[in-house]
Design a protein around this ligand. Structure first.
Ligand SMILES: O=C(O)c1ccccc1N[C@@H]1O[C@H](COP(=O)(O)O)[C@@H](O)[C@H]1O
Length: 205
């Protein structure tokens, strides 16, 4: 069954809706973004989640000690490194589940994956000057080549309309969406989330 992360959660209502609709993970952005949340807001949302849902802290080139401090405060155990963090970050964050994101334009952009040993690689779209949450897809055929490096999570411009095609092409471990299920930046749309999760988790036969 495909795993689904809904990223850019900014309020408890969206968090509870996403969980009720079957989301497996919720992303909390602690970086420059219209979806940025304070650690206090994230803590309050996370404290009210039911079991068996993974909160994920999303960071961009944040200091390791700051990441640890926020994760400890919010009871977050999965860290998504969405910047230009070097491989030592993964070592320095031993004890956390690490998702290392890479922004992809062309196949050569996969080469750096060989230098990292995270629990999973997240492939997002490259948009100059924007570190994530772009709403722009990249060429999914490139992502097929990433399986040789490890576990692959697909993101970048996914929507309820394109997620099944993306899954068919890439066969990822999980999919991750921020923009494609929103009615406005930082406000998730319940109908779009329902359609996205149903389409992502649909299995033929
Ligand atoms: O969602 C954001 O605003 C964001 C900001 C900075 C870094 C990462 C961010 N989210 C991640 O971006 C991708 C794709 O988002 P989208 O679906 O294209 O909008 C996803 O991995 C989010 O985790």
């Amino acid at each position: 069954m495909m795993r689904v992360k809904i990223c850019g959660i900014t309020n408890s209502e969206d968090a509870q809706d996403a969980v009720a609709l079957g989301a497996d993970a919720l992303g909390f952005v602690f970086a420059k973004s219209s979806r940025r949340v304070t650690k206090e807001r994230a803590k309050d949302i996370i404290e009210h989640l039911p079991p068996f849902v993974s909160p994920v802290g999303v960071f961009v080139d944040e200091a390791v000690e700051a990441i640890k401090g926020i994760c400890n405060f919010c009871s977050i155990h999965t860290v998504q490194l969405h910047g230009n963090e070097d491989p030592l970050y993964v070592y320095d964050l031993k004890g956390y589940t690490i998702v290392k994101a890479f922004r992809i334009r062309e196949e050569d952009d996969l080469e750096p994956l060989a230098n990292y040993k995270p629990h999973a690689f997240l492939l997002d779209s490259y948009v100059k000057g924007v570190m994530g949450g772009t709403g722009v897809p990249f060429k999914w055929e490139i992502a097929r080549q990433a399986h040789k490096y490890g576990t692959v999570i697909l993101s970048g411009g996914l929507t309820p309309e394109n997620v099944r095609e993306a899954i068919h092409i890439v066969q990822p471990y999980a999919v991750d969406v921020s923009s494609g299920v929103e009615s406005s930046p930082g406000k998730k749309n319940k109908v779009l989330m329902k359609r996205f999760i149903m389409n992502a988790k649909f299995q033929d036969g």
